[in-house]
Design a protein around this ligand. Sequence first.
Ligand code: GDP
Length: 354
Amino acid sequence: MNCPIDLAAALPEADRVLFQNLLAGAGAVQRRALAKIITLLESTRADHRLRADALLNALLPSSGHALRLGISGVPGVGKSTFIEALGLFLVDRGHRVAVLAVDPSSSVSGGSILGDKTRMERLSVHERAFIRPSPAAGNLGGVAEKTRETMLVCEAAGHDIVIVETVGVGQSETAVAGMTDCFVLMQLPNAGDDLQAIKKGVMELADLVLINKADLDEAAATRARAQITSALRLFGLHGRSDRAHHDETIWHAQVLQLSAATGAGLEEFWRVVSRFRDLQAANGALACRRHEQDEAWMWERIHAGLTQRFRAHPAVHAALPGLTAAVRGGTLAASVAARRLLDLVATQAPPVPH
Ligand code: GDP
């Protein structure tokens, strides 16, 4: 395996300077290098992609040291208010915080969830914070890929807390849970009144459920906390046995209440997250989760790349409209069409092992 110095030495001159500036420590020089590298990552130009890949590889050994926190919840639940409050709380304690976003809808609507920096006015101008809106281009897979890569670069630059925000709709929550160490689901105080409305699949992803705006209705928030706590236990979420529920060495999803607007509950939140991190590090779950995430990420990209190549293949390109019409018209079974198309690219049999 290459050592980081070798990889950096092999970079072209301009990128070696970017690499060095990124690792040079906090300041304007690093900030510029960070922005330039992210621009390369987000570029669709093939030569930029090659440079970004080489940089990413060289930076990899310097990344991975941050706590990665995913934050999700429906629009209006208070995500940006919470992230600003939490971010300021953390930078005050000497941390360096990066805030990223995954919002595949932004390319359609034209507005990204973090596009408007005034949403985090104080945090965005803080020297120990870095805020980046969701990459605008492409489908969820593409957007998530850029965010993952940006996360690694932010970590290499020394940000020790990375917060990834997403809206509570569609598959983006799964993507964010798949790139973070701790996934936090935000809810409103009335969430407990209609537990059915909380998607079970998303609940299963949550390491922490946060009832925000507790200041609006303390009683409702307390009720929601109790209801969601018992729902988490009752349904045996995370697939745990009864005995495992009492096992103190593994994490059990917790429900907290908080007011992002007043800051009440913020300290407790951070205490619980710190306990989560210590526990997950001690029992090996953190390392295991990251390894699984990296492998899943690789496969996700392989699938995306193969699909792209498949569609671009001349024979497939020519046959696709006719076969698609036949499938839609009910004259050809979907699986038969798929096999025919796949056969068009299977020109070479795999080599027979000796
Ligand atoms: P997002 O869409 O999830 O990012 O939600 P925002 O952070 O933009 O918050 C939506 C609205 O709720 C804003 O008007 C906030 O001021 C308000 N809000 C956020 N957190 C709280 C809270 O803890 N208490 C109260 N009363 N209002 C809050």
